[in-house]
Design a binder for this molecule. Structure first.
Ligand code: ZN
Ligand code: ZN
Length: 258
């Protein structure tokens, strides 16, 4: 499985910068997990291949350019963009984003070929298919309804925490998988901001370390994501100081293979 954290920002030469402002993971060039930077960072060629998008929760950094992505493709779509999410998240997207005020309700619109956007409500705790991938989502501990997920292509398995604080269901899901190749886990705030991390339901390096105590798998790659750009240096130094084998920071724009 190939996974790229899409860049959010670019330097004056057009190269991806290391800060992650938005969240969008591209899997095997065809499936996206969240859609923060989906309209900004895909090449024209990539744009033609991505039709399945899993949305973990409706926070802006995870959906910011989803409406723009669909808008860009609107006249040419020969099949709808499928948005996979729990029903509660679909309802929030319809109420707050695709509401005719912030953006058109694409789920009700058609181009010359048919519908342009289709919601696929997904169950919690039960495996479902997204393109060539098998996916299971479970609720995590964030301030709005949010899911973490386990994704498998039949050979490799990767877990995504999405945005969360202390949680058990996600670890039960991860520990229940026969084998996990990689864990992409959030670390939003530095240790000095533990209180803000707690109220906004995010991890710090210290709380991440405690949570990793619940992980039963060994030898997997653990990649920290969702590092707030304002505290990036501090968070990376604190993560390094944990001295956890296999723990690294995921770089936007780099393709990882498992
Ligand atoms: Zn969030
Ligand atoms: Zn977020």
């Amino acid at each position: 499985m190939n996974i790229q954290l899409l860049p959010s920002t670019f330097d004056t030469q057009g190269h991806a910068t290391p800060e992650q402002r938005l969240t969008c993971f591209l899997i095997d060039e065809s499936v996206a997990v969240d859609a923060g930077s989906i309209a900004l960072a895909l090449s024209t060629e990539q744009r033609e291949k991505v039709r399945d998008i899993i949305v973990t929760h409706p926070h802006m950094d995870h959906i910011a350019s989803l409406p723009i992505f669909i808008d860009d493709l609107y006249p040419t779509l020969k099949r709808p963009i499928r948005v996979y999410a729990t029903q509660v998240v679909i309802d929030l997207l319809e109420r707050d984003i695709f509401n005719w005020n912030v953006y058109p309700r694409f789920s009700e619109l058609k181009n010359d070929f048919g519908p342009v956007m289709e919601y696929v409500p997904v169950p919690e705790g039960q495996e479902f298919q997204v393109a060539h991938l098998k996916v299971t989502v479970v609720p995590v501990n964030h301030i709005v309804p949010t899911v973490g997920l386990l994704v498998s292509d039949g050979r490799s398995t990767v877990a995504f925490s999405s945005d969360t604080a202390e949680t058990d269901e996600f670890w039960n899901l991860v520990n229940g998988a026969p084998h996990v190749d990689a864990l992409l886990i959030e670390t939003s705030f530095p240790n000095s901001m533990a209180q803000l991390a707690e109220v906004s339901r995010h991890f710090t390096p210290a709380s991440l370390e405690r949570e990793l105590g619940k992980l039963n798998h060994n030898g997997l790659d653990i990649l920290a994501v969702h590092i707030k750009p304002a505290y990036r240096e501090t968070i990376i130094a604190e993560l390094k100081a944990l001295n956890i084998s296999g723990l690294d920071v995921m770089l936007p724009g780099k393709t990882y293979s498992w």
